[in-house]
Design a protein around this ligand. Structure first.
Ligand SMILES: N[C@@H](CCC[C@H](N)C(=O)O)C(=O)O
Length: 262
């Protein structure tokens, strides 16, 4: 038997188990254990699990695992939550501006009163098709626009696209976006690796905001409503059809901590 101490955080309802692994005692290759810990009935429960580890230059390293146990591409809400955790635990010396390393590279973060503003990777290109866009914002995203996101069958339609031949073998996350007024959009996301709709997806709202900009070029800042709350995204288009200075902002909240015996 082994005891694992964990913290639970959520960012707009995208929820994560976070483990301080600076001593290296948790084995990130143990897919079965991570899947078990993320299980909402038999474990702690979460859309994903993160390990906070040391980094020689940056304040820390973030390792992200989807709830299926697999080490995944970037998680935007996870990045915001681990940033808040690092501030709460005194891992970073200056909450106003700090940096960490993730699977897609370096991220800057700013923390103030429970809100984390996280710099995301530059987006070099957007594949714009007739009915959808496809882009990588740290994780791959298919984005389509719908008239009424509340009436969209996110689970079944998302799953069909996620497993469609076009995206094999890696699959994709799938976002359904509805324009509201001005710079406001509503987004619902089917996440691969969770294999369900989640209450929010950070890299997904970034992809959705950039896709919305392609339809409404006068906006480069978006207010986004997701099932679990509100997020903001801003960016600057570059001269080659890409996007730089991409920031994702929203709440990152401690839920509880505990020890689980496995
Ligand atoms: N919830 C995340 C995205 C996590 C990764 C995704 N499920 C994938 O495997 O691509 C976010 O907030 O960005």
């Amino acid at each position: 038997m082994k005891n694992i101490h964990f913290h639970k955080y959520q960012g707009a309802g995208n929820d994560f188990i976070i483990i301080d692994n600076r001593k290296g005692t948790f084995d990130g290759n143990d897919t079965t254990l991570i899947e078990h810990l993320c299980n909402r009935r038999f474990g702690i429960g979460g859309d994903g699990l993160m390990l906070l580890e040391d980094h020689p230059v940056h304040d820390f390293t973030m390792r992200y695992f989807n709830s299926d146990g697999g080490e995944a591409s970037m998680c935007g809400n996870g990045g915001r939550c681990i940033a808040a955790f690092a501030v709460h635990k005194g891992v970073v010396s200056n909450p106003d501006k700090f940096s960490f390393m993730a699977v897609d590279g370096e991220h800057l973060a700013e923390y103030k009163s429970g809100i984390v503003n996280l710099k995301m990777i530059d987006v070099n290109s957007v594949n714009k098709e007739n009915k959808f866009t496809y882009l990588n914002t740290g994780s791959p995203h298919h984005v389509c626009f719908v008239d009424d996101v509340a009436k969209t069958d996110v689970y079944n339609e998302g799953k069909n696209i996620r497993y469609s031949e076009r995206y094999q073998p890696d699959g994709t996350n799938v976002n359904f976006v509805q324009f509201k007024t001005g710079n406001e959009i509503k987004v619902r996301t089917y996440e691969r690796g969770v294999e369900d709709e989640t209450l929010a997806c950070g890299t997904g709202v970034v992809a959705s905001a950039i896709s919305a900009h392609l339809k409404k070029p006068s906006f480069s800042e978006f207010d986004i409503e997701v099932l679990g709350g509100k997020l903001k995204v801003c960016f600057e288009p570059n001269s080659e059809g890409g996007f730089k200075n991409v920031w994702l902002e929203g709440p990152a909240t401690f839920v509880f901590e505990g020890t689980i015996e496995i």
